[in-house]
Design a protein around this ligand. Sequence first.
Ligand code: DP6
Length: 345
Amino acid sequence: MKDFSQSASLSPQAFVNQVIGHRSGVNAFSQAKSRGFGEAPVNIALSKYWGKRETSLNLPINGSVSISLPGLGTQTELALSEGKHDQIVLNDHTLEPHAAFAQRLSRFLNLFRPTEHTIFQVDTHNTVPTAAGLASSASGYAALVLALDDLFQWQLSTDKLSLLARLGSGSACRSLYPGFAIWHRGERSDGLDSYAEAIDTTWPDLCIGLLKVDIGEKAVGSTVGMQQTVETCELYQAWPEQAENDLKSIQAAILEQDFERLGQTAEHNAMSMHATMMATWPPILYWQPESVAAMQQVWQLRQQGVAVYFTMDAGPNLKLLFLKQEKPAIMQAFGKIDVIEPFAI
Ligand code: DP6
């Protein structure tokens, strides 16, 4: 099988030092305030990130395009303290230091400790169910990086914040922006050209419907899922080229406000990604019977002339794409569904 791996020319710590401008004699931590705050939205990929060419820096095999959902996301407050373990509070519950969520966060925070005795007090609130396939890790790491920037008063550019968020979770680099964002794959082995930028346009009639099938913890997280896919899936060979073509097509569809093209490409891209997951060994299938029933309902609605498409991430839930004029038909067909209008004024 083709080997997609590339070795990193920087360690994660050297990468962070480069981005925040930490050199000998210049201390990036000396201006710390008593508290820092950050807030970021979740984002939904219209063309997906699936596969890493380098894992320590989260360098993707392909670029991706997303839309952020206002009002759904993470708010994080940070303070410095001293002690043995970071104190992490998630949705008003203090986490045990060995909890998987806390360990991942602390590993990331290791890159930003002013001294080895420094601990962080992290108070974070998600307005999306954690680990439900609704990308709470994306808003989480984006909010955390904004809180670090505020705490240490770095005033980094959004490109740089996007680079740092990528280290926490790849898709987080897109959550620094409202509206549409594009995450450039990048070419460099130091990862300094792999960050997201805003696609500077709005689409007032665009709607996203969140069809929740199951909001429980998923069995296979995306980090493990994509790694297993890259390592064991023959079909994955075809993915990088399709993903880059889909990215260009989605970008053009957004700029031309061509809804059919956007919907078709996004749905095809999501189904292709899920095909690579299923063709992995052992197989990964995030769908539940209700997910399949909902897909069939979408296809049936299309046959009846309703322009609706779906996309799905590493979970059983569907995200429907449609224009405002179809909202009554969608509400009637699906009943209880949250509809977000990302560009509504
Ligand atoms: C299916 O960004 O969660 O949602 O970089 O390992 O943290 P890590 O993975 P993550 O993967 C997201 C995968 C996806 C597609 C996407 O959002 O582009």
